[in-house]
Design a protein around this ligand. Structure first.
Ligand code: HPA
Length: 273
């Protein structure tokens, strides 16, 4: 995809005709969290398909809408439904929204996802603040000519996840009595779940959770200096850790069970971010 910068600008200009998202908080709702979008007050929503150059989401349980409005008196710009590499998008298209948010003046970005627990002390329903990540997806959204308008050719990925936002998540978790864990998210390409051998490998190299999203977005957010927080809902123990067959239904079921907790946490973080 040549000319990515202009494509992002065009998308941002279109969105600016609908609302002003400057200083709002960007949020991406992963599996099971879509409901939070219904709590947005005075929502203005735009279908992804109406935004110039935007890819369109296709996964079951993911609606493709950009929604702007207020949550807990704070302006939010919410991606209801995200793009995954396994759906067939290239790494640059699926992360384009992060850059568009940057152009719109979004202050910080909160990414949520469902993930498989690799850390033996995690249980289904554990919420994990992403401290760091391992890019095992075999792709990098920054490949190709660097877009200097967004950031440097060789961005530093230490502190890719904002330390301030991670602290804030802890503070909010404590306040509402939710035990938050921290860990390393390892991004796999998907769409198949990992093999037990891959999960053993992932544990050895230091991963606490496995997922099929988020890593490309984290890279792009850091590249364009958009402070980002990532929280994973551990929906299952990863492959080989139980006798249970892994399924998307189980992922959605567990995500659904913790959604109220998750929603309350995100709402408080948004208010204070
Ligand atoms: N692996 C990868 N992605 C996931 C998983 C998993 O076990 N659970 C939810 N998303």
């Amino acid at each position: 995809m040549e000319d990515i910068y202009n494509k992002c600008v065009e998308a941002a200009e279109y969105i600016k005709t609908k609302f002003d998202a400057k200083d709002s908080i960007g949020i991406v709702l992963g599996s099971g969290l879509g409901e939070l979008a219904e709590e947005i007050e005075n929502p203005i929503s735009i279908n992804y398909s109406d935004i110039p150059n935007f890819p369109v989401s296709t996964v079951e349980g993911h609606d493709g809408k950009l929604i702007f409005g207020k949550l807990n008196n704070t302006n939010v710009l919410c991606m209801k439904g995200r793009f995954h590499y396994y759906e067939g998008y290239d790494a640059q298209s699926l992360t384009m929204y992060v850059r568009v948010m940057k152009l719109l003046g979004v202050k910080s970005l909160i990414l949520t996802n469902a993930a498989g627990g690799i850390n033996n002390t995690f249980k289904p329903g554990t919420l994990m603040v992403i401290d760091d990540f391992i890019n095992y997806m075999g792709i990098n959204p920054l490949r190709g000519k660097n877009i200097d308008e967004f950031g440097v050719r060789f961005p530093d990925m230490s502190k890719a996840l904002s330390p301030e936002l991670r602290d804030l998540a802890d503070e909010c978790g404590k306040e509402i009595g939710i035990e938050l864990r921290h860990g390393v998210y390892m991004g796999f390409m998907g769409p198949c779940f990992e093999t037990p051998a891959e999960i053993r490998f992932a544990r050895i190299v230091g991963a606490d959770a496995a997922g099929m999203s988020t890593v490309p977005e984290l890279i792009v957010a850091k590249h364009c200096s958009l402070p980002v927080l990532g929280i994973s809902c551990i929906t299952n123990l990863a492959a080989g850790m139980t006798n249970k067959e892994l399924s998307h239904e189980e992922v959605q079921e567990v995500a659904n069970k913790v959604k109220d907790q998750f929603k309350n946490l995100i709402k408080l973080i948004i208010e204070r971010a």
